[in-house]
Design a protein. Structure first.
Length: 131
């Protein structure tokens, strides 16, 4: 499976930082989107098996994005990241189908390991589907 990763956040400085870090420390092909709407347009053109999205964005939240992605691609691995955390938000993330959750600021190494683990899982799932 291709090592494609989509990162969605309305903070362009964070998008740039994450993209640069992933490209420097891994062999993932990283595409970024500054809104959920932009992410959906990207996903309409190409499948990204792993998606990292901020939760708090204008117009459409990360929760809404996750729900829309799950409708068309239930096998995607979706990771939430947020600067705000409470029990209800975490509960909503699980209910909408997020696979993991990172609170900002987070250690990039932990996020990188989660993305690598997600890629291994996606490869296993792909193999099972192609049997």
């Amino acid at each position: 499976m291709d090592k494609r990763l989509l990162i969605v956040d309305d903070e362009t400085s964070l998008l740039t930082l994450l993209k640069d870090q992933f490209e420097a420390l891994s062999d993932f092909d990283v595409v970024t989107a500054s809104s959920a709407e932009d992410a959906l347009q990207i996903l309409n053109k190409k499948r990204y098996p792993i998606i990292i999205t901020d939760l708090k964005m204008p117009d459409m939240t990360g929760l809404e994005l996750c729900k829309k992605v799950r409708e068309t691609n239930p096998i995607s691995y979706i990771i939430a990241m947020t600067g705000f955390q409470d029990f209800f938000e975490l509960k909503n993330c699980r209910a909408e189908g997020f696979d993991d959750y990172f609170k900002k600021p987070f250690e990039f190494s932990a996020l990188l390991e989660e993305v690598k683990s997600a890629h291994r899982k996606m490869n296993r799932w792909d193999e099972m589907l192609s049997e």
